[in-house]
Design a binder for this molecule. Structure first.
Ligand code: DQA
Length: 154
């Protein structure tokens, strides 16, 4: 099962960007960690990052059209992009919102995400583990759903 792992604006600058907040590991390290976790879980991950909101919208449309599960870190778009929220709402597969930093302990504008209401859940503040836990949740839900379906077929 393929999972799209989508990271938004400025996340390609991990490692160089505010290391006190986001840590010293880079985006490539994040991709490697997701691939390793996915391998352990029997998932295939397609990790992408963009600073362009229109590109992120297209990727979410692709996820909707292919019924893919999504791990989404919308970056700052979380806090104001109704367009991204409307695109995320079209994803019928599991969509888990993640944040590396503990947004609730930061500036007030980061305390609200317009995406959360259309995500199955949100994992915030655990660094790379936010993404890795999201993959674990997706693997567990997908295998539960498959089990339910094979039970129904029996
Ligand atoms: C972020 C939190 C956002 O507030 C911020 O704009 C980001 C990264 C995080 O992963 O902690 O770009 O989504």
């Amino acid at each position: 099962m393929k999972v799209m792992v989508l990271s938004g604006a400025n996340l390609g600058r991990l490692g160089r960007r505010e290391p006190a907040v986001y840590g010293s590991r880079g985006y490539d390290d994040l991709v490697a960690a997701c691939q390793e976790q996915a391998g352990e879980l029997g998932l295939e991950v397609d990790c992408r990052q963009t600073d362009d909101e229109a590109t992120m919208l297209r990727w979410l449309h692709e996820a909707a059209d292919t019924a893919s599960a999504v791990v989404l870190n919308p970056g700052a778009w979380s806090h104001y992009s109704y367009a991204l929220r409307d695109a995320a709402a079209q994803v019928e597969g599991l969509l888990v919102e993640v944040h590396l930093s503990q947004t609730h302990a930061r500036e007030p504008f980061r305390h609200h995400s317009v995406i959360s209401a259309v995500a199955v859940g949100t994992i915030t503040g655990l660094g790379f583990d936010s993404y890795l836990l999201a993959l674990r949740v997706i693997a567990s839900r997908l295998s539960r759903d498959l089990g339910d379906r094979s039970g129904a077929d029996a």
